[in-house]
Design a protein around this ligand. Structure first.
Ligand SMILES: [Zn+2]
Length: 464
């Protein structure tokens, strides 16, 4: 495998606001954590942009020989999962298990590798209570009038270091007003202040609650990620990732809890994936531009085209996801399918990337997926499948991007290699203005049960 030192993976770090080499601090494994889905319905394509880009990161680290160890959690208890499981008439466990399975199916459709560990919040209640106890002992937490346990933000000097705001404003806020707002753990919470570590049981929680030294209740949402990341990756690990909306307050709170508890740096490096727009607007159900992967598959789109579209923009820039983008993604995949046989490359990969060296280097430069794709296609014309380095380079880049090539097909019918060769020969003949040969080839193809449809830059094949 290629040594990391020869071509380090450079990644922008939200904490230091610089591009820095991503280094396994123990010299052996790159340990990283990504905030996973809240399982109360199908994940939408905005969520999947984050997860697919994390998959590209994971795959790139594998291909670069960094031996990554990747943990992504499942949030299976919060206000939304409790509310919707009750509306569904299911137990919290049955409800979240169903949506976890749906998430896994979507991940598989998108050719995402499963993480090394996928812990669930409800399976780590004790670990979360242990952190609360330590924070209580160290004076970083207190029990509020409602029985819930709150983290006292004013006790943590570095609060705000990730999201880069001035904590002074925050420290002067009225704790009582903040306490009321903190009963909610929705993503869109705006109140900046003390946050709940343990939420005292309320009748609305129904059957959901655990006994604790502070009374029956459940953990606050932020706590689970501190507990599960440190359990599987250690008190200090290499990288923490998530969607940009998690920077504040979620990740800021994770840092505060974890570092106040252990006294050490929590994560060395932070990566945040910027959300997408759909047809130029923020995705919303009322605008009719809210899509899950299943919605797009029901419209006939190949999930591989969805993956391609999601990585067609840089992860630090807003992506405008449109149906035009999806169509373009599908043609790009078709183009690859015409050059390559069915392929789903697997590591290990050799060090010599041939004419795909540039594409690979662009990926290592802050996961520049659009530039990588551009370079890949620019070099595809001169690609020589008999050159081992070219094959290795292309396999490396396709694996890292997670692009699986399937034989070109129409309506799910695979095109036989022989038909494709004949159509290719006819296309060449037509381009050379050998119309007699082209027509003869067309007849031959038709005789074998296929129809050629000409396009401006190529052809499609359809079974007769
Ligand atoms: Zn998290």
């Amino acid at each position: 495998m290629e040594s990391v030192g020869s071509a380090p993976l450079i990644l922008f770090d939200t904490l230091s606001r610089t591009e820095r080499p991503l280094v396994p601090s123990d010299g052996q494994r790159l340990r990283f954590y990504c905030c996973g889905p809240t399982v109360y319905g199908p994940a939408h394509i905005g969520n999947f942009r984050t997860f697919v880009l994390n998959d590209v990161l994971y795959r790139t680290a594998i291909a670069a020989g960094m031996n990554p160890f990747f943990v992504r959690n499942i949030t299976d208890v919060d206000d939304k999962t409790i509310r919707d499981s009750q509306a569904d008439g299911s137990s919290l466990e049955a409800f979240t298990t169903k949506w976890t399975q749906a998430f896994h199916e979507d991940c598989e459709s998108l050719n995402m590798l499963p993480p090394d560990v996928e812990p669930r919040a409800t399976a780590h209640i004790q670990e979360q209570m242990d952190i609360i106890q330590q924070l209580m002992d160290k004076g970083h937490a207190y029990q509020g009038g409602d029985g819930s346990i709150y983290y006292k933000v004013s006790t943590f000097e570095d609060y705000g270091k990730l999201s880069h705001f001035n904590p002074e404003e925050l420290r002067t806020q009225d704790i009582n007003s903040a306490g009321a707002a903190n009963l909610a753990d929705e993503y869109d919470r705006e109140q900046v202040a003390d946050f709940a570590l343990w939420k005292a049981y309320k009748p609305e929680d129904g059957e959901v609650g655990w006994d604790s030294p502070w009374g029956k209740g459940r953990p606050g949402w932020h706590l689970e990620c501190s507990a599960m990341s440190m359990k599987y990756l250690g008190e200090t690990f290499d990288l923490h990732t998530g969607g940009e909306d998690l920077t504040f307050p979620h990740h800021e709170n994770e840092i505060a809890q974890s570092e106040a508890c252990t006294g050490h740096t929590f994560a060395h490096h932070w990566m945040h994936v910027v959300f997408l727009l759909v047809e130029g607007k923020k995705m919303s159900k009322s605008l009719g531009n809210f899509f899950t992967l299943r919605d797009l598959m029901a419209k006939g789109y190949d999930p591989m085209a969805v993956r391609y579209a999601l990585i067609s923009g840089h992860y630090r820039k807003q992506l405008n996801f449109t149906f035009h983008t999806l169509d373009a993604a599908q043609s790009a995949l078709d183009k690859l399918g015409r050059v390559l046989d069915t392929t789903d490359p697997r590591p290990p990969f050799g060090p010599d990337k041939g004419r795909f060296e540039a594409a690979w280097k662009l990926l290592l430069a802050d996961l520049n997926t659009p530039a990588t794709l551009g370079s890949l296609f620019a070099n595809l014309k001169a690609f020589d499948p008999d050159r081992e380095a070219d094959l290795n380079g292309l396999a490396t880049v396709l694996f890292a991007l997670g692009i699986k090539i399937q034989p070109e097909s129409t309506d799910g019918v695979a095109i036989p290699e022989e038909i494709h060769s004949l159509a290719q020969a006819r296309w060449e003949a037509k381009r050379n203005r050998d119309f007699q040969i082209a027509d003869a080839l067309r007849d031959e193809i038709q005789g074998k049960g296929w129809k050629v449809l000409d396009r401006k830059d190529g052809f499609d094949l359809e079974p007769l």
